[in-house]
Design a protein around this ligand. Sequence first.
Ligand SMILES: *Cc1c(COP(=O)(O)O)cnc(C)c1O
Length: 403
Amino acid sequence: MSKSNRSAGIMTTAIHAGDPPDASTNASAPPIHMSSTYVTEDLAGFSAHDLTPDSPYVYSRWANPTVAGLEAKIAALQGTEACLATASGMAAASAIFFTFLSAGDHLVISDVSYAGVAEIARETLPRMGIEVSAVNMSDLTAVAAAIRPNTRLIHTETPVNPINRLTDLAEISRLAKQVGALLSCDATFASPLGMDTVALGVDLTMHSITKYIGGHGDAIGGAVAGPSELVSKMRAEAAIHHGGILSPFNAWLIARGASTLPLRMKAHEVGAKAVSDWLEADPRVSRVIYPGLASHPQADLAKRQMTNMSGMISFQVGSTADGERVAQQMIERLKVIHYAVSLGHHRSLIFWMGTDALMETSFQLQGAQLEDYRRYAGDGIFRLSVGLEDAEDLIADLDGALG
Ligand SMILES: *Cc1c(COP(=O)(O)O)cnc(C)c1O
């Protein structure tokens, strides 16, 4: 299944998938099932291995109706058979790594990725006996050269946080298939509206649903969407055994946000285009990287692969000292945009990321990999998540803070 053979339109899917009228009350809006356990009528088994997709509810670490509703909605939006919701985006990444990798296996991962994911790959997985190669995923020759006979998983992220570099998923999928490796993609920046990952050959699509899918900055969660067989393995291992499950209350908040995702993504894209055009024309800004701009180094790939350019902009203002000065001005002067980490919310958010500091803490790149990072990020970037406010107000706010 891929998005192109979904039976209803995208807005209808976002609103109704996973949210039928409540069977016991006919309530039109979904209830929140805050129950940890369920009264059983059968002598059910008590192991993760007894769980089948049509098992009755037993205990909420196994499955919960409110969480299941959100999982059905995300699977429908991404065009996959199934989805596992997790306590956070980091728990989603951990679910992939710790379900599908064992000692002696090899992982190929992007040399730039969400900082927590980069740190787990560098520090935790090798401790478990997993071999890890971090490569520039925009360089297909480097990816092909990194693959070994024991490569079990290729983990990509596109557009990559925080520099908006893209990965050609169809090409990487071809490489993964040659060695029988799984391909996972962190599509948080793109949202399910930004790419048809199934058609591009991705096996497991993960999201920090704290970001666009929830969309309102009030709940942390994660998700991995994919074929039922792979999702069932993750449910047994990562949810039932490792235990990083999403609470029903957060699932309810995030499902309410997800119902308007297609509308919001259209508005994020329109807003980000207006703001990135303005930034690109401003002499105080030295470089703007946004997949929807003709100046993006991979603009052709963006057009081919992305169905919505999203609301994430990276821009530079010069040296590290310039960046720190402007960041301080933003903290003091911004009236609409919040100076804060995170992204994908209705409120616009901005954060400065100096290249030297980020190299030290998260990426530790050297040589050609560091040079390529600097080709996108220079001495540092502002990561701007364009929210749903009026673009003129965001532009006036940035104009006052760039100084
Ligand atoms: C935020 C983020 C994560 C981690 O998600 P949490 O919900 O904060 O745990 C992973 N990947 C990307 C691309 C992110 O932006």
